[in-house]
Write a protein that binds this ligand. Structure first.
Ligand code: 3NM
Length: 219
């Protein structure tokens, strides 16, 4: 059920995102396997460089792997592939298809998340029926091309007080600054480079999850 899945977005979870170009020679599948073995509960497939065919084949494999581990599988941008592999959801940007059309295409059972960078976009996402929003970039990031300047804590604080749907903080979040973000009220954090570029992905995820568990217990 979608509502059960969405609870994970409000429960001190790590949202891991793939990026093969940053993965130090490791393939997406290998990285995803490490994420799953480490207990990650939300994974997004984000891949800008491959052909549609390559992406579809990879997503088919990851769909099966995530089902085996009971992990939510979100696909970035590619709503057609999300439908073809029966992912749990999609994540779209402000310049992708309008959210209403994505909803029509995928149906109510799909999770739809959208990146937001301002209060206006947050309220717009609510109105359009998003299930969750991305809030960022909190800090400077080199992972996403054409990303706006960091929104910092100013927009994070707005999301904490005004978002009626779960939100995922993203952009430049690392093991070292994670607690700053949690202290301000974030409950789900997305990381790309901190995880995929780590020499020891399992160890990195464990250290991050330990911090998240501490905050979950404290809340
Ligand atoms: N979306 P890293 S920032 C994919 O602000 C993405 O919407 C962002 O990568 C947004 O954890 C970002 O390596 C990149 O900084 C995050």
């Amino acid at each position: 059920m979608k509502s059960e899945k969405l609870k994970l977005f409000n429960d001190y979870n790590l949202y891991c995102i793939t990026a093969e170009a940053l993965s130090k020679g490791r393939k997406n599948i290998e990285v995803v396997e490490k994420m799953l073995k480490s207990g990650v509960k939300i994974i997004q497939y984000r891949e800008k460089k491959k052909t549609l065919r390559e992406k579809l084949l990879e997503c088919e494999k990851i769909r099966q792997m995530t089902l085996d581990y009971g992990c939510i599988f979100i696909i970035n941008d590619n709503i057609e592939i999300a439908k073809m592999v029966l992912a749990d959801g999609v994540h779209i940007g402000q310049d992708d298809y309008p959210l209403e059309r994505v909803r029509e295409f995928l149906g109510d059972d799909f999770i739809i998340g959208i990146s937001t960078h301002s209060r206006e976009q947050l309220h717009d996402a609510h109105k359009r029926g998003a299930d969750y929003i991305g809030v960022g970039p909190i800090f400077k990031t080199f992972t996403k091309e054409d990303v706006c300047d960091p929104v910092g804590y100013e927009y994070l604080d707005i999301a904490v007080s005004e978002s009626k749907i779960p939100f995922v903080s993203i952009g430049g979040i690392k093991e070292d600054n994670l607690e700053e973000v949690l202290k301000r009220g974030a409950k789900c954090v997305a990381m790309v480079s901190e995880i995929v570029a780590s020499e020891d992905i399992e160890g990195k995820i464990k250290a991050i999850m330990d911090k998240l568990s501490y905050w979950r217990d404290k809340s």
